[in-house]
Design a protein around this ligand. Sequence first.
Ligand code: FNR
Length: 352
Amino acid sequence: MRVVNLRDFEDVAREKLDPVFYDYFASGAQDEVTVAANEAAYRRLALVPRILRGAGLPSLATRVLGCAASMPVMLAPTAFHRLAWPSEGEAATARAARDAGVIMIAAMLSTITVEEIAAAGGTLWFQLYVQPDRGFTESLVRRAEAAGCRALVVTVDSPALGRNERGDRNDFHDLPPGVFCANLRGDGWSNGHVRQVVLSPEISWSHVEWLREVTRLPILLKGVLHPEDARLAVENGVDGLIVSNHGGRQLDTTPASIDRLPVIADAVAGRVPLIVDGGVRRGTDVVKALALGASAVAIGRPVLWGLAADGSEGVAAVLALLRREIENALTLCGAASAGDLGRDQVVRQGMP
Ligand code: FNR
């Protein structure tokens, strides 16, 4: 099959993957209402182009929290890349991100260590699930810093694990032999002990305050949907927000993330950069997010589909396709860059 867009990559990946792993990547919580809503919401938004602006070819390069990126697309943190590409896992993803000049957010639950991911040499941020054991959490932060990660992304939408029913039906509760959370492995390879990640409902703003003291890295909160939380985050010294519902994998029936972006942008009023993820599949989706106030978007599943299809080259192809689509959409909108887009260029389909 000829692959011409991001959705085609999902078809290729579905063919290649163990169906249980495909379900793990594709699925969401319970009825997967939010999974569907994320993509549907972009379709309900319409782009209003401006004309005759003589904008020339658009420039996609940007900076987010001091990090240069060749386009406003990041790799969202996703766990267990060796389920998609067993030989290399996250190393293959990291090479593609480096070559494309985009920021990769390395997941704490990666299947190779953060040091091994960083060896690719691209721009890396580190995603953290704060662990009730503060000493252990701090040791992860120190490792991320030492590996050269440039920001800390604290996932805050996971006080418990979402209820994944496809996983239950497939009885998928353990990683296959030889695949494990490499960052959680105890000292020394000999004992083979891997810590369990703890998703704790006790995590609170006090942990964010504590992290603020523990590290000088910029801190982003990932999984913000309520404008009041966005306001609190800024007051608590957070440097950036990821407007996200975890790709519909945590609380089912949350709103589509793109539909929350405008209210959160209003609450934050430009004080910190916003990133949005969930359902971004087209260059037009990216342009809509930028027009509504995002500094960048992040993509989760499309990266996994590219990785499963063809390793590093598959991820590279996903990023190249998306780049071309963003350039095309910006040009057709009459914009020379994201900064040229106005919020008035996005309306609800069917509304004047
Ligand atoms: C995720 N996501 C995620 N987020 C996070 O903070 N830590 C994690 O370990 C994971 N793991 C993970 C695994 C898989 C298989 C998926 C699909 C997602 C959520 C991810 O960062 C992001 O929010 C969503 O994937 C964005 O939605 P799309 O682009 O997949 O629609």
